[in-house]
Design a protein. Sequence first.
Length: 288
Amino acid sequence: MKKIIILLTFIFAFGIVQSQIGRYPYSKGIVSAGGSAVDSASWEVEYKAVYYEITEAVRPGIDTADVFNTWVKAIKTADAWSDLDGWFWFAARESTATLINWIDPTGDNGTYVGSPTFTQWEGFTAASGKYFNTTLDPSVGGYNFIQDDASIGAYLRTASISGEDHPIGSEDGNIYIRPDGGSGTIVARVNSSSAAYWTTQGSQGFIIGCRADNANVAMFFNGSDLGDQSANSAALSEGRIYFGNDLAYGSTNQIAAGFFGANLTNAKITVINNATEVVMDYLGKGVQ
């Protein structure tokens, strides 16, 4: 009887292992960095591509991966994923994972300039000469981000401490957002040589600028629509998109995520803001 029980136990255990292996389309993902089994069968294909592009040793554990997958699903359901050219999650387990463009994970990676400070699950803190270069330049063509149809955004964990923080910008200076650094004003350019201004208080959270035509720029702060301001588009900005820097100014903000792409509707911005805050709150790092 003892031999029969041992044999049945072995058969049962072997059956479980076989069934589990069959659930995972990528054998290298059977165990996550956290040591748990990874059930990627139900994940969005876009998140699978990102997850398996991350070096295995620094992938998120299964629970965290599931949260990021839910974020991807929310953005896709809102029909906003296809509007984006670049999305970078700087709130990650390790800095090398932040180089991946989630919209095109097998394409060109971004790179850090000047070694800014990285903090796990929070992001990187920019400083003079220390920022993130996406290596992506919409002016070369083939991007959703064009002269009169564009959006930029960054999730800032820390408040601006000066009126000269540019947590997102471009090489030629015709793209940037300057959060409220104590003056009660947000300043931005989106493919323009002149700036637009909005009255607000605070700078922590998600700040997004959009251009839907050649005459105005819209601004959103933590999901709230601050309205349109007049700022004619001059030309499509030439040069790469940066986080933590632009042509003339740097930043002191800690940046958890950033993106650029086509203009976004209010409804899409609401979903992007809320879904991103869910991730940040899960990580214990949300500021909204």
